[in-house]
Design a protein around this ligand. Structure first.
Ligand code: UDP
Length: 468
């Protein structure tokens, strides 16, 4: 039976960090294409990140609210985690709680207010806001289901678990035991009695009461953890795994070049450089996401390793990163250095790229899977150790090469590892190609993620009918 044609208006509230925003904006686009009215809440300095989407999809509306007055832990003018690093999350989460009043005013004065809020998992305070407004809140998780199961348990039992050297998760598949250093940063940064920490904790606990949850993941990667999330964390079935979201609606793979920021190099230049690389799958792509700033020592070791390996590579570093003198000249022709923002998805999907040295941020993980490249893991902080564990131990599609945010890798070992891994077709490469096929299968008509997207759209429409 088809539902009557009512306007289904959703407020989408992304968390201001590239790794959180990119997938949610892709999802907003897909929902809009299905006839759902979308308003995206954004603060002024993050508006440029939205611009490519607004150009592509003029039907999407924006609600631009000033960034709330800053807490001393966030420098004046900062509105995005990339400008302050992972440690800035606590301050930014606290600041954004203050948007509840202006959102309520907007909602009450809107002629056709939203019937639901979709907001990031770092915005747990919107749960209470949605309850006050009398509408459901749907949590959007820009990280995987394994991580959310782990994090929720840690936060719910923070007082007992915080002092431990390792934590067991007997209620999760394979009963993982995880050492303290590998636990998510949000948990490690918790300080009992500190009001900022308590707000963060309350937000994650509120997430467990959200009406529904959307994950950027898919069954073949995290099916068992999605089941755990449904049974153990929320206790209901309104959980939709619609990933890899970057692939939804593009049967030939993703095409976007300016996702999350304007590239510092022209995509045409970097792609033509890749075109002239001799063999398929011969180039290693090195990038550590939007937040990591490599130290001088790390960059020296990495540069030396890449130089000695003899492999072809592209490395992306923040514009302020130290580059060893003469490095670019010495590797000219076989190495491409990008300072700033790279068109990552376009690079990864080029046939010349065969390996990805990654910090294992969840988006990079999915983008690497979609590209079918071998993943060389260097988890540093946040969710990255948990993601690396899933890839290396559970799935066998990645090899760990280094770990820790302050660790300086051994350049000779790194060179040897890269040379050998790129010259042979290891079992991880074969598994990576299989997983790539499964990712494409998930987003096809009848695939698990496409089915979940259709079911989500149906549920959202049903909400607006109920409201009417
Ligand atoms: N990204 C990009 N260009 C860059 C660096 C990052 O397009 O130069 C994108 C990358 O493709 C991914 C996101 O930024 O979609 C980073 O998210 P991830 O979860 O991998 O890591 P985080 O930045 O959250 O640590």
């Amino acid at each position: 039976m088809s539902l009557p044609n009512t306007n289904t208006h959703i407020l989408v509230f992304p968390y201001p960090a590239q790794g959180h925003m990119i997938a949610l904006l892709d999802l907003a686009h897909q929902l809009s294409l299905q006839g759902i009215t979308i308003t995206i809440l954004i603060t002024p300095k993050n508006l440029p990140i939205l611009q490519p989407l607004l150009t592509k999809n003029p039907l999407i509306q924006t609600l631009i609210l000033p960034f709330p007055s800053h807490h001393p832990s966030i420098p004046d003018g900062v509105e995005n985690v990339k400008d302050i690093g992972n440690k800035g999350n606590i301050g930014i989460i606290n600041a954004l709680v203050q948007l509840s009043d202006p959102i309520t005013q907007w909602f009450k004065s809107h002629p056709d207010p939203p019937i639901a809020i979709i907001s990031d998992l770092f915005l747990g305070s919107t749960q209470q806001l949605a309850t006050q407004l009398g509408i459901p809140r749907i949590m959007f998780s820009s990280v995987g289901a394994f991580l959310v199961c782990v994090l929720t348990y840690l936060i719910q039992h923070v007082h007992e678990l915080y002092p431990l050297d390792e934590v067991s998760f007997p209620h999760l598949p394979k009963s993982p035991v995880i050492t303290r250093a590998h636990l998510p940063s949000v948990f490690l940064r918790y300080r009992e009695g500190d009001p900022l920490s308590e707000t963060v904790k309350d937000g994650f606990i509120a997430n467990t009461s959200s009406w529904g949850t959307i994950f950027n993941t898919f069954d073949d990667v995290e099916g068992v953890y999605l089941e755990s999330f449904k049974k153990v964390v929320v206790g209901h079935e309104r959980v939709w795994a619609v990933g890899p979201i970057e692939l939804l609606g593009c049967s030939n793979g993703p095409a976007a070049t300016d996702r999350g920021g304007v590239s510092s190099v022209s995509a045409v230049d970097v792609l033509s450089w890749l075109d002239q690389c001799s063999d398929a799958s011969s180039v290693v792509y090195v990038c550590f996401g939007s937040q990591v700033l490599l130290t001088r020592g790390q960059m020296e070791a990495l540069a030396k390793g890449l130089e000695e390996s003899g492999v072809q590579f592209i490395i992306v570093v923040k514009s302020e990163t130290f580059i060893p003198e003469g490095f670019e000249d010495r590797v000219a022709g076989r190495g491409f250095v990008i300072k700033g923002w790279a068109p990552q998805v376009s690079i990864l999907s080029h046939r010349a790229v065969g390996g990805f040295l990654t910090h294992c941020g969840w988006n990079s993980v999915l983008e690497g899977i979609v590209a079918g490249v071998m993943l060389f893991a260097w988890p540093m902080e946040a969710d990255q150790f948990i993601n690396a564990r899933l890839l290396v131990h559970d799935m066998g599609v990645a090899v760990k090469v280094c770990e820790g945010v302050d660790t300086v890798p051994d350049s000779a070992e790194l060179a040897c590892f890269l040379r050998e891994s790129m010259s042979e077709k290891g079992v991880e490469k074969v598994r990576a190609m299989e997983l790539r096929d499964k990712a494409f299968g998930a987003v096809k008509e009848g695939g698990s993620s496409m089915n979940d997207l259709n079911s989500l759209v149906k549920e959202l429409r049903a909400l607006s009918v109920q409201k009417a």
